[in-house]
Design a protein around this ligand. Structure first.
Ligand code: SF4
Length: 269
């Protein structure tokens, strides 16, 4: 399959489905992936197949590269809607994440004061107060919750064994509404082989759009009270085989239920 690894620390801009003309900030090395999840649908591929051999960019390197790009775009009168922390893994794992956010806001204010700063995160570092404080300073604090079933998350998002979604929801409540929840809905199956014997092959249904999954997820939204919800589905080839896009009608029906609770909801098909 084809995987995408992004240049580091700056890439794009790209025309984002959800965010507009988006300049990417990748706090991971360019030659691999570093993430606290290992999602079976990750466009960067599985963690184990993309171990890095180089270090993350430093805070100073990120600021210098970002300033150079912003200055050039400003001089050439090129548009920019958003600066997006994304790329080869989880941006909040960077040890200088709070300082990098401060640098980015300062440079945004200097060159493109109308542009938004967005962070795409899997919420695994929201237990850290310094990370939460930094995320409170960005315009779009976008945090992933694919479901509220720990079994499903450990099967599909594959965090560390001690991950508990109840704790993450508690931490997301601390944003007091300054948070956008993004959720991947998909269908299909995934086959896991535990050993070389055929008897040890297990096929899992990975669809997460039935009421069994959506009802408790809606209850979690009511606790978190996000400013917005973004739902989406598979857009590219995935490292695991057998995963399927959720149908547009399925996504639309979920979006209607979110809106009925009073939360704006965007859908990317
Ligand atoms: S959280 Fe994002 S970067 Fe990390 S494995 Fe999942 S899809 Fe990939």
């Amino acid at each position: 399959m084809s995987t995408i690894l992004y240049p580091s620390p700056i890439f794009g801009p790209i025309q984002s489905r959800r965010l507009g003309v988006s300049l990417g900030i990748n706090l991971m090395p360019a030659d691999g992936k570093l993430c606290s999840f290992d999602c079976v649908y990750c466009e960067c591929g599985f963690n184990g197949e993309h171990t890095t051999r180089s270090r993350r960019p430093s805070r100073e390197e990120v600021a210098a590269a970002l300033e150079k790009t912003l200055r050039e775009r400003h001089e050439q009168h090129l548009p920019l809607d958003v600066l997006t922390f994304a790329g080869n893994g989880e941006p909040t794992l960077h040890p200088d994440f709070p300082g990098i956010i401060d640098d980015t806001i300062r440079l945004r204010d200097q060159y493109f004061p109308e542009a938004k700063v967005s962070v795409l995160s899997n919420a695994t570092m929201t237990h850290k107060e310094s990370v939460r404080d930094a995320l409170m300073r960005v315009d779009n604090n976008i945090q992933k919750i694919d479901t509220v079933s720990n079994d499903y998350i450990h099967l599909v998002d594959r965090p560390a064994p001690n991950y508990r979604v109840e704790k993450v929801i508690e931490d997301l409540c601390k944003f007091e509404g300054h948070v956008i929840i993004q959720t991947m809905f998909m269908g299909g199956t995934m086959t896991l082989q535990w050993s070389s014997g055929d008897d040890d092959v297990v096929v899992y249904d990975v669809s997460n759009y039935s009421d069994e999954f959506v009802n408790p997820w809606l209850e979690a939204l009511q606790k978190i009270k996000p400013q917005q919800v973004m739902i989406y589905t598979i857009d590219r080839e995935t490292p695991a085989e057998g995963l399927l896009k959720a149908e547009p009608a399925v996504l639309d029906a979920i979006a209607e239920r979110v809106k009925a609770l009073g939360f704006p909801c965007s859908v990317s098909y």
